[in-house]
Design a protein around this ligand. Sequence first.
Ligand code: ZN
Length: 276
Amino acid sequence: MTAPLTDFSRLCIHTITTKPWALETATARFAAAGVKGITVWRQALEGRDPAAAGRAIRAQGLEIVSLCRGGFFPATTAAGRIAAIDDNRRCIDEAAALGAPLIVLVCGAVPGQSLAESRKQITEGIAAVLPHAAAARVKLAIEPLHPMYAADRSAVNTMAQARAICRELGSPGVGIAADVYHIWWDDNLEAEIAASGREGSLFAFHVCDWRTPTTDLLNDRGLMGEGCIPLRQIRGWVEAAGFRGFNEVEIFSNRLWASDQDQFLRDIQAAYLAHC
Ligand code: ZN
């Protein structure tokens, strides 16, 4: 049985989790609460110089864990696929300026295009940006998304599919972001996490919870403990696979965004110790 977490030394929070807070507010509040890591969403950087933002975050004692997000490679036209590759190169430049060592990829899908074709385009798109990412010393993490998003957000829906793409690309700069919300249901999850660890591709671990009923396909994630995901068991598998990075709290929730964010931050920290 995996022991509970007893401190916040490996707690990272995504800026999207406390979306009502501007980047500066989130940074200050996280730091004051003893949170050690932050994952920055690109929209939180809007209108800011990423290098200056990175310096300001580090000055508060926070480690920048990753930049969210790149991806969305598939398109029905060559021009669309090229535009996606260009945007991912810009994302890599932003991550390098910010000082984020990793970009999380929501890989994309196009309704009406076969998932196999989308996965081929995803592999080609990542391959196209890999040299740019390597030169910038930024790694890329494929995030498998729950199959309810297969039509339009990601044709990569399992750890197995993500590992297959990693193997095909064969680069130490490409790995996987394992997000419990997307993969908790997979009956091969323990073995898949172990295999990812062996292959050196387990780059990130995201936590939240699955509420029943889920009232919104995107923005009704639960705080840890509000749902049915065996969080501590999955963290145990991730750690058994050799992962020693941050536990990243990533919650999109209209309900929780509408609540008092200072209280929400206290609730996140309590839930982290109680349930992760
Ligand atoms: Zn995630």
